[in-house]
Design a protein around this ligand. Structure first.
Ligand code: NAD
Ligand code: UDP
Length: 338
């Protein structure tokens, strides 16, 4: 099977390419490197012992995409390429709508022209907002998006559903990721945030590495056991494995549904302070932190009900939070030469 991966040099895409090769699939990676570095591709190839086909291109460029589809055999697509910063999306909504929604429309259009009808799409638990009931299932209501980024995920889900309605051969699995953390166990690929990170994982590792002076924990007055927010933190390699499981399901043509949705998390919530403690336990390195005020827009708690993914995709997260923290630390040390 030849799998086109858009955004395959990014954090989740690179780990997914590792899993695709392990499952015996071949990869064509299109990434314009707007939020990643080319050396990641080399490190992925070193892990897998394979040579991925890499094309540096912007997938909003329809003409270029058509050329790629006409010169390569493609069986299915995993579409990661998007901008992902919640804060930045508030400042640059048009860029986010163009890159996240525009690219998805362009991609579907080209897939249709070339009769490529299998798609795995990266969505997010942000579509649920603060759920009324926990753990959140796939049938929980979609809440008003708090930011343009969140809205791009909701719109893309709808675009894919409408496209499916009009194209009976099309099948898609939409994965709603919870909070990816960690890095490949080799420590040779991981998250590469540009500038000061927004997300908890790289903020912890950069604080531990002494790059940042201290971690601000945003609020300890939430209704949770220790007052800090709760998320469902999933090891990125587990998340990557869910894409292979989704592809296998699409390829087997076992589902009657044209579009299906799956929560991809561990099924367990951890507080922010528990993540810091897991890091310290796994690495024996202290994290300097202080409690500050709440971050605007943060939801209090969310974790996934993953029954559907376990049952229908035959997939389950395997790594612990401590594994994720240890692997993230191996990666941080590697890129900082510590
Ligand atoms: P990332 O930024 O590390 O990877 C995205 C990759 O896509 C980057 O390598 C970037 O260079 C590339 N890219 C972006 N726009 C492109 C374009 N127009 N053409 C070609 N390449 C382009 O992000 P990630 O964390 O790996 O996220 C992957 C997907 O998962 C995104 O769709 C993101 O919204 C979604 N997601 C991420 C998280 C998370 O916390 N990381 C959570 C939920 C959903
Ligand atoms: N968080 C924090 N300090 C940071 C970054 C994040 O306390 O420097 C908290 C944040 O308030 C949230 C959790 O960690 O409760 C996860 O935040 P992240 O931005 O990683 O993911 P998201 O908010 O999208 O779930």
């Amino acid at each position: 099977m030849n799998i086109l991966v858009t955004g395959g040099t990014g954090f989740i895409g690179s780990h997914t390419i590792v899993e695709l090769y392990e499952a015996g699939m071949d990869v064509l990676n299109i990434d314009n490197l707007c939020n990643s570095e080319a050396f990641i591709n080399e490190n992925v190839d070193a892990i897998t012992g394979n040579k991925q086909i890499f094309i540096c291109e912007d997938i909003t460029n329809e003409e270029a995409l058509r050329k790629i589809f006409s010169s390569h055999s493609i069986d299915a697509v995993i579409h990661f390429a998007a901008f992902k910063s919640v804060n930045e999306s508030v400042e640059k909504p048009l860029e986010y709508y163009r890159n996240n929604i525009g690219a998805t429309i362009t991609l579907l259009n080209v897939m249709k022209s070339f009769n490529v009808y299998l798609l795995v799409f990266s969505s997010s638990c942000t579509v649920y907002g603060q759920p009324d009931h926990l753990p959140v299932t796939e049938d929980s209501p979609i809440k008003d998006a708090a930011t343009p980024y969140g809205y791009t995920k909701q719109v893309c889900e709808q675009v894919i559903a409408d496209f499916a309605e009009a194209n009976p051969n099309f099948r898609s699995i939409i994965l709603r990721y919870f909070n990816p953390v960690g890095a490949h166990k080799s420590g040779t690929i991981g998250e590469l945030p540009r500038g000061v990170p927004n997300n908890l994982g790289p903020y912890i590792t950069q604080t531990a590495a002494g790059i940042l002076p201290l971690l601000n924990i945003f609020g300890n007055d939430y209704e949770t056991p220790d007052g800090t927010c709760i998320r469902d933190f999933i090891h990125v390699s587990d998340l990557a494995g869910a894409h292979v499981a989704a592809l296998k399901k699409l390829i087997s043509k076992k589902s009657d549904l044209q579009v299906s949705f799956y929560n991809i998390g561990t099924g367990k919530g951890n507080t922010v302070l528990e993540v810091v403690k897991a890091f310290e336990k796994a690495t024996s390195v202290k994290v300097n932190y202080k409690i500050t005020g709440r971050r605007e827009g943060d939801i209090e708690k969310i974790w996934a009900n993953v029954d559907r993914a376990e049952k229908e995709l035959n997939w389950k997260a395997k790594y612990s939070l401590e594994d994720a923290m240890l692997h993230a630390w191996l990666w941080e040390k590697k890129i900082r030469n510590i």
